[in-house]
Structure formats: C-alpha cells, structure tokens
Design a protein around this ligand. Structure first.
Ligand code: EPU
Length: 416
C-alpha cells in the first residue's frame, strides 16, 4: 500500500486549482437515478469516492464514463435494479443518497444499512423518518433496508437537526412526489444549493435551497441535463491550511470565498492573510500562527471536515487553542497521530485543548479517514524532517492529485 512522504520546512508559492466538490458530485450522481438518459457532469473531481459511486450506479443499471478529464457522463438506465449491496455501501457510505431517488423512480429501494465508521455511529434515522412522512415504508431485514413507496406524497418535514444527507434524500424524493413538500430546519450547505440547481435544470421546482426552509412542488417528469459541480470548499480550506502551516503565498484558483466565510475569518484570527481576487482566493502566511478557539457547526459555521486541518495548524501556534467537535463524537483519531509528531493536545469528550509547541517533528503516522489524512499533510508541511503518512489511500478518496498539486507550489512531498 502506498504512503506519502512529506518533508517539512519549505514555503509554498504559486497557484493551485480547486476541483469540483466531492460531496456535491456524489449526490448529483445519485440524482441521475431520477430520470433515464445521458447526463454530463462537469468539474467532477477524479477521486476514488467518485469511482466507487460509479460502481454503485453500475450495480443498479447505469453507466458512467469520463468524456474528458473532468467531465463524467452518466447514462441512467431505462430499467434500474433498485439494490445496493453491502460490499458497495460499506465502501461508499453516500450510497444512502440513492434511497430517495430510487423510491421516487422505482417505488422500491433495497440498500444495505451502513454501519459505523471512523467517526463513530452514523445513524440514518432522519433520512428514514423524513421519507416515511412522504409515504415510504421501511423494514430492516438481515442488514438491508427494504423501502417501498406506492407513489410518494408531499408533506412538511421538520428535521430534528440540519443533516446534509437527510436534507438531500428528502429533496431528491420530493421532486416527483405529488403536491408540495416543505423541508424545515434543512441543511444549508452550498452542495445542497448545487443539487437543487441541478434538479431545477432537470425540470424540478425547488425553492429556498441554501436556506433553512426548502419548498418542493412535485413535477410529473424530469429530464437529463448537463451541470458544472460547485467548487470544493473543503479542498480549498485544506490548501489554505497547508499555506498556514508551511508559510508562503498561494492563489487557490476557483475557490469561492462566499462559501468559506467562517473559515476565512478564523484563519485570519490566526494571522493568515486571505483575500478574494478574480482568480479565486489569495492566501499569504509568514511567521508563527496565533492560537484560536473554534467549534464546528452546520453550514455556515465551521465545517466538521475542516477541524482536523485547523488542529494540525494550531498544534504549533503561539498559545493555547480550544476546539470543540459538535457533529461527530468519534472524529478525533488523528489526535494520536499528531501526538506522535510532538503535538500537545488533550481530548476531553468532544473538546480539545491544544497547547501550541514550537515545532512538530516528522514521524511515521497513519491516515484514518480523508480529512485526518489531510491534517497529517498540513502538520508534515510545517514539521522538521520527514513525515511518512501510511494508508494514504484515504486521502485519495477525497483529493485529486494532492501530492502533485502541493509539489507544484514548492512542497517536498512524494508517494512511495
Ligand atoms: N445524523 C443523525 N441521523 C441522521 C443523519 C445524521 O443522527 O439520520 C447526525 C450525524 O450522526 C451527525 C450529524 O447528524 O452527528 C450530521 O450528519 P449529516 O447527515 O449532516 O452528515 P452526512 O450527510 O452523513 C456529510 C458529508 C460529510 C460531512 C457531513 C457534515 C457527504 C458524502 N458527507 O455527511 O463529509 O462531514 O455532511 O457536514 O456529503 C467528508 O467529506 O470527509 C465527510 C465526512
């Protein structure tokens, strides 16, 4: 299994292109289930999660192929097999995004129940109860959720938490339900607005996506379309944090500052300068970072996905930082890896106390998930000596050519 070697101490300079958002591309792929025909998704990142979602679509009867390096064509089958087996769901948790569209299109969906993962338990109760409100019924047998719907009917659903996945599933199911669906306390992430834009292009009637109340007027028919995926705010935040850790001056081409306001404000408190310009985001860092306190929240708050990146940078900031993870209780496995590099971080429940040390020292560490892996890259870029990151395949799930992109701006990083 390949690993990454990062040699710290080299400032970054140049430009990095930001890809389309993983967490939008995966849901747009799921949305193609809603109507047969050929879709063209532009600005799709070439990452393993996208390939695996392609495998899931292939299993249900659709065909995906790259028509150019960033355009994914999906031919949604005329006859679909509404089943996603355990072997695929276990690899690709976002397969649960197929529940809503399969119920809408086929009237049934049989999807292996995803288990827990490195973040802890990942329940989907809100997906199921929301779809039940639209008339679906579910039965869990032998680890598979069997869903049925004899015609979905619009309803008002108040989510108990603004879950990204539950909002998306409901939105997808509601597009062809009869009558009006209102999703209250909806997640407001830019990827949800992107999904709604895609659905509206297909002929759906969705209002308010990106706000807490989404209204969907069901339509009789949808059609395949072309669409450009929104830029990946988490990938952009990753490279922001790489510059914060290594120092230097970089432009993140295509990054959307309006999707990253909370991250930009916080990294500014840490002493990093960030400005939007016509190309994207300009970022400059020099000298030691300052400590900062932060906690994760649903969008527009600081995303849970960027906390590991902040923590890696704050590990060498001047002073003590306090960080709280409010979304996923078990998302701290990277802390032990940062400790191997000399970080002084204590964990108390879902809180972290980060005592900034002068410098981290490169060590052998292990990536436990996508963002944990990226945080070790951030740490390694500012550390003394070599950091060997094992299980780097986790990083490939969410980042296209991370090592190559960083090398091109002066980092010393290679895959072994
Ligand atoms: N939750 C429930 N019940 C549900 C659904 C969610 O209790 O039915 C809880 C979760 O356990 C969690 C919170 O609600 O505590 C938020 O979960 P959410 O549903 O919003 O997350 P998700 O849809 O499972 C997506 C991203 C994650 C990202 C989260 C939060 C995708 C494929 N995944 O997950 O991204 O961390 O939203 O923003 O879109 C990543 O990219 O590395 C990643 C993990």
């Amino acid at each position: 299994m390949s690993h990454l070697v990062v040699t710290g101490g080299n400032a970054l300079s140049g430009e990095i292109d930001i890809e389309g958002a993983k967490n939008s591309a995966l849901k747009l792929m799921a949305a193609t289930v809603l109507a047969p025909g050929t879709y063209r998704l532009g600005n799709v990142p070439r990452i393993s999660d996208v390939e695996w979602m392609g495998d899931v679509l292939a299993a249900i009867g659709s065909v995906t192929r790259w028509s150019d390096p960033t355009t994914l064509e999906v031919v949604s089958g005329e006859e679909l097999v509404p089943e996603a087996p355990y072997e695929l769901v276990e690899k690709m948790r976002a397969s649960t995004a197929l529940l809503g569209p399969l119920l809408a299109r086929c009237g049934e969906a049989h999807i292996a129940m995803p288990g827990g993962d490195d973040f802890g338990a990942r329940p989907i109760n809100m997906h199921l109860s929301g779809l039940e409100a639209l008339g679906a019924t579910f039965e869990l047998r032998h680890g598979t959720i069997h869903g049925r719907a004899d015609g979905l009917i619009g309803a008002r659903v108040v989510l108990e938490y603004p879950s990204v996945g539950a909002t998306e599933n409901l939105l997808l199911a509601a597009t062809t339900a009869s009558g009006e669906t209102i999703i209250d306390n909806a997640a407001r992430e830019p990827e949800i607005a992107d999904l709604a834009a895609f659905l509206n292009r297909m002929g759906a009637k969705v209002l308010g996506a990106g706000s807490s109340t989404i209204e969907v007027e069901g339509v009789a028919e949808l059609r395949p379309v072309s669409h450009e995926v929104v830029p990946d705010r988490i990938e952009a935040a990753t490279y922001l944090m790489c510059v914060a850790s290594a120092g230097g001056e970089v432009t993140l081409r295509g990054a959307r500052d309006d999707h990253m306001a909370a991250v930009i404000r916080k990294i500014g408190e840490m002493g990093v300068r960030v400005s939007p310009d016509s190309a994207g985001l300009w970022v400059m860092a020099s000298g030691r970072l300052r400590a900062a306190d932060l906690s994760t929240l649903p969008y527009p708050g600081i995303a849970t996905d960027v906390l590991p990146l902040f923590v890696a940078a704050l590990a060498t900031a001047e002073g003590t930082s306090y960080a709280t993870e409010n979304l996923f209780g078990g998302r701290f496995r990277y802390i032990g890896e940062l400790a191997r590099m000399g970080a002084d971080i204590s964990v108390d429940g879902h809180h972290l106390v980060i005592e900034g040390v002068d410098v981290l020292s490169g060590a052998k560490v292990r990536a436990t998930d996508i963002r944990a892996g990226a945080s070790l890259v951030v740490a390694g870029l500012g550390a003394e000596g070599d950091t060997n990151i094992y299980d780097a395949h986790h990083i490939d799930r969410g980042y296209h050519r991370l090592a190559e992109k960083l090398s091109a701006v002066g980092a010393v990083i290679s895959r072994v």
